[in-house]
Structures are given as C-alpha cells and as structure tokens.
Design a protein around this ligand. Structure first.
Ligand SMILES: [Zn+2]
Length: 245
C-alpha cells in the first residue's frame, strides 16, 4: 500500500520486534478540522500520535513507522494486556467526535480503513478479536470511535467480531430490565471478552464500561444500562472471545 507521509516525532525511539504487534486500535480525531488534527498529532509538545490517519476523503497518512510504538492509546487495558501502545498500531479517523459534532464516517474513509486493516492484519497475522476501539481499552476515559463506527461491517470482513443473534429477536429484549444476578453474569462476560472489569469498580465506572460495550456492540442505544439485549449479546460474544488475545 502507498501512503502519504506526515512525520510525527511522538514515538518511542527504540524499535520493537514485529511479533509484539497484536492489536489494531481505532480512534476518531475528535478535533474541529483535519489540519488541526494532523498538526496536533505531529506537535512534539502534544505527546500524542498514531501510525495512520485517514481523512474524510479516504486519504491515508502515515505518521509513525509501524516498527515504533506510537502514543495513541494512553493508559489502557484489555484481557491480560496493559498499556496497549506497545502491542498495537493506532489508526485515527478524521471526525469531529462527540465534543464538536459527531458525524457519520464517510464511505470512502471506511472503504480505505478496511483496506488498511486487511493489509495490516495479514502482514502481522493479527487475530480478528484484536481489532478494537479506543473506548474498548480505555472505557473510563474515551468514547472513540463511537456508536457511528460500523463495527458490524468490519466484522463481516473478518476485521473484528460480531454476535450471530437476529436483530428482530434482540430488539424485543431492548430496555427489558435484568436482575442483580444477571447483571453479574453480564459483567463477568464483559471480563471474558476483554474489558477491564473488577469488583472494586464503582457503579459510575461500571456504567461507563457498559456504555463502551454498547457503543461497539449495541450502538442503537448506548445508555450505560445493561438490559436483556446486552446480556444476550454478551453471552454470545464471550464464547467468541474465548480464544485469548
Ligand atoms: Zn482515541
């Protein structure tokens, strides 16, 4: 693949062995404009970057070499992994995000994201389970890429995982309350999937993790409340994520 280059200085100078690369993490830029986003990701004072950025017309920029750890994920956790920067490639999609006017991702942008993900998945022999959003690995801090991101479409192309439940069946379960015992099952499934769930978390934190799960797997309603639909999806997915990352 051919990329346009923009050089970001925000990466670890020491190169990593290629078998350390296990995850693709998808972001949105969450800034007012493309230019502002690129400037920030290349500004030595910002201390943030990514490997690739895709603008709304689908143009792909490379900011940091895949061999280097770029600074896109921050404090993060997934399954047994901590601080996923070291184990991942970060891809930013230009989008104003929740703060400035969250927009649908453009068709060309997603088309080229799919191309890029296929290329990287093959190159590093990545598992489809390990293609995730920033909010999956940092649910207490992050919302990106958000509920407008087409996870199901990517999963159809083996880029990510999706459940195999019928949407008509699921819709009937939406907003149906679950009891305390089932809520426990729900969070235990989230942990099996990879989300960072532990007993000491506060209710507010658990709600944020629920929201992150919903943004990814039940984007029609991301309200932070686990209902019967969420429970069923979590049961189905926990089996699919059993294969460890
Ligand atoms: Zn992000």
């Amino acid at each position: 693949m051919i990329f346009a280059e923009k050089i970001s200085p925000n990466f670890n100078r020491k190169k990593r062995p290629r078998n350390m690369i296990k995850f693709l993490i998808i972001h949105y830029t969450g800034m007012q404009s493309e230019r502002e986003s690129i400037n920030r990701l290349c500004d030595p004072n910002s201390k943030v970057s990514c490997h690739y950025l895709i603008n709304s017309s689908g143009k792909i920029y490379r900011l940091v070499s895949e061999k280097n750890t770029s600074w896109h994920a921050g404090k993060s956790k997934w399954q047994k992994y901590r601080n996923l920067n070291s184990y991942s490639l970060g891809i930013e999609l230009v989008n104003k995000g929740h703060r400035w006017g969250y927009k649908n991702f453009k068709a060309k942008q997603i088309k080229n994201l799919i191309k890029l993900c296929k290329y990287l998945k093959k190159k590093y022999n990545l598992k489809k389970q390990n293609i995730l959003g920033h909010s999956d690995i940092a649910p207490l801090r992050k919302k990106d890429p958000g509920e407008k991101f087409p996870w199901k479409k990517l999963a159809k192309k083996q880029l990510g995982v999706w459940h195999d439940l019928k949407s008509e069946t699921l819709q009937k379960m939406r907003k149906i309350k679950i009891n305390k015992k089932d809520r426990k099952v729900f969070f235990s499934n989230l942990r099996k999937i990879g989300y960072f769930v532990k007993p000491s978390l506060k209710i507010k934190e658990l709600n944020k993790i629920t929201k992150a799960f919903q943004r990814h797997f039940r984007a029609e309603l991301a309200n932070g409340i686990s209902d019967l639909e969420c429970l069923k999806i979590s049961i189905n997915l926990s089996k699919k994520y059993q294969k460890k990352a």
